[in-house]
Ligand binder design. Structure first.
Ligand code: CP3
Length: 354
C-alpha cells in the first residue's frame, strides 16, 4: 500500500512512508533506504545541470535545487529525498566570505579565531534564505509520497571550517581554540547553534518532513571533550526544533565512541559509519532511537555480488532493531557507478520485504 516513488502533483501521504515510519520505530513493509550525497557528481544528469554554474550559486536557485534533489529519487527510487544544498549555505547567507572550491570543499576567506571575529556571525533571518523556502515548497509538491529531509551542519563541524579556513585533517587550530579559550569556543558554538537551528526551522516550516544534523568531523574528539565542548550546542539545536515533531537524525564519521552521547544530544535517529555494526550501534545508542546506516561507500566499487553480500550482512544485523534506515556509512563517492546505487536500493527493498 505504500509506494515511495515520486508522484508529481499528488497530495500524497508522506507520514505513512516507510522512511518516516522507520524513524518513528513503527513496522515497515520494507527497510527504507536513501544515500547521503545521493545528489551530486555520481549522476551524469547532475554534472549536466552544474556544467555552467558554481556550487553555491546553484544552491540559491530554487528551480535547480528542486531538479537536483529530484534526480536521485527518479533514478534510484530511494525512500527519501535530501534537500540539495551544503552545510556552509547558512554561513554564506549571513555574509561570511566563503566559497566551495571544486575538489577541495568549503574555503573561508578570513577564518574566525578571535572574539572580534565572532561579530561576523550575525543571526540568520529567514529572509536571508528565501530561496530555501521556495525550493522546499516546489519539492513538497513534486515529491508526492516521498518525504523530504532537510539538513544542516552541526556547530562543531561548521566551527572547524570557520576556524581552520578550509578542510582539515587534524583540526589543530579548532582544537587549539577549544582547549585554549573554552569561553570563546562556547560562545562560537552557541552562535552557530542559533544559526543552525534557524536554518532547520526554515526548512521544516516550508515542509521538510525530517532533518539531519551533520557533525561530519566530530569523530576527531574523545567522549569527555565531546560532552563538555560540543554536546551543549548540538543539544540546543535539537531542542529548538523538538516542537515540530519531525524526526531528527544525527550523523558523524568515525563516531563509534560518541554514538550514545550523540543520541543523548536529542536525536531520534542516530547514523553510524561502517566501523561499528548496526546492532552494536543500537546497543551503544540505547533504546528509544532508530539507527541509520551503514554500508562503506567504497564497497560500491566491488562487483555486484560483493555489494549484495555486504548489504545482506547489514540487513541481518538490523533484524532485531526497532527502527532501521539503510544508508551508506558516509556520502556517495563521486566516481560511484550510479547503477550500483540503483541496484542496491532494489536489493534492500526486496530482501527486507515483510
Ligand atoms: O545529496 C545530498 O546528500 C545533498 C547534498 C549535500 C551537499 N553537501 C552537496 C555538495 C550535502 C548533504 C552536503 C553536506 C556537506 N557538505 C557535509 C556533510 C556531509 C558529509 O559529507 O559529511 C560536509 C562536510 C560538506 C562540506 C563540503 N562541501 C565538502 C567536503 C565538499 C566536497 C568537496 C569536493 O569537491 O570534493 C563540498 C562540496 C559539495 N557539496 C559538493 C556537493 C554535490 C561537490 C561540489 C560540486 O558538485 O561541484
Amino acid at each position: 500500500t505504500q509506494t515511495s516513488h515520486a508522484v508529481a502533483g499528488a497530495a500524497a501521504d508522506k507520514t505513512s512512508s516507510p522512511f518516516l515510519r522507520a524513524c518513528r520505530r513503527e513496522p515497515v513493509p520494507h527497510t527504507p533506504v536513501w544515500f547521503m550525497r545521493q545528489a551530486g557528481r555520481s549522476l551524469p544528469e547532475y554534472r549536466k545541470v552544474r556544467e555552467d554554474i558554481a556550487m553555491l550559486d546553484s544552491c540559491m536557485r530554487p528551480d535547480l535545487v528542486a531538479e537536483i534533489t529530484l534526480q536521485p529519487v527518479r533514478r534510484h527510487k530511494v525512500d527519501a529525498a535530501i534537500y540539495f544544498s551544503d552545510i556552509v549555505v547558512p554561513l554564506k547567507a549571513i555574509g561570511v566570505d566563503l566559497d566551495i572550491k571544486p575538489g577541495v570543499g568549503p574555503v573561508v576567506e578570513k577564518p574566525i579565531r578571535t572574539r572580534a571575529d565572532l561579530e561576523r556571525l550575525r543571526p540568520l533571518d529567514p529572509e536571508d534564505v528565501s530561496y530555501v523556502t521556495e525550493a522546499v515548497g516546489i519539492l513538497t509538491r513534486e515529491l508526492g509520497a516521498t518525504p523530504l529531509i532537510g539538513f544542516a551542519g552541526a556547530p562543531f563541524t561548521l566551527a572547524s571550517y570557520l576556524v581552520e579556513g578550509g578542510p582539515s585533517k587534524n583540526h589543530e587550530r579548532t582544537k587549539a581554540l577549544m582547549y585554549g579559550d573554552p569561553e570563546l569556543w562556547a560562545d562560537l558554538l552557541d552562535r552557530l547553534a542559533d544559526i543552525t537551528a534557524a536554518f532547520l526551522k526554515v526548512q521544516i516550516e516550508a515542509g521538510a518532513n525530517a532533518v539531519q544534523l551533520f557533525d561530519s568531523w566530530v569523530g576527531a574528539l574523545a567522549p569527555d571533550d565531546y560532552r563538555r565542548s560540543v554536546q551543549p550546542a548540538s543539544r540546543k539545536v535539537f531542542g529548538a526544533v523538538a516542537g515540530y515533531g519531525v524526526p531528527r537524525i544525527h550523523f558523524g564519521v568515525g563516531t563509534g565512541e560518541l554514538l550514545g552521547l550523540m543520541g543523548e544530544a536529542g536525536a531520534d535517529v542516530v547514523g553510524a559509519d561502517w566501523r561499528v555494526p548496526v546492532d552494536e550501534a543500537a546497543r551503544r545508542v540505547g533504546p528509544g532511537k532508530a539507527i541509520q546506516g551503514n554500508l562503506d561507500p567504497a564497497v560500491l566499487f566491488a562487483p555486484r555480488e560483493a555489494v549484495e553480500r555486504q548489504a545482506a550482512h547489514i540487513l541481518q544485523a538490523a533484524r532485531g532493531l526497532e527502527g532501521h534506515i539503510f544508508n551508506l556509512g558516509h556520502g556517495v563517492l563521486p566516481d560511484t557507478d550510479p547503477q550500483a546505487l540503483t541496484d542496491l536500493v532494489a536489493y534492500v527493498h526486496e530482501h527486507s520485504a515483510r
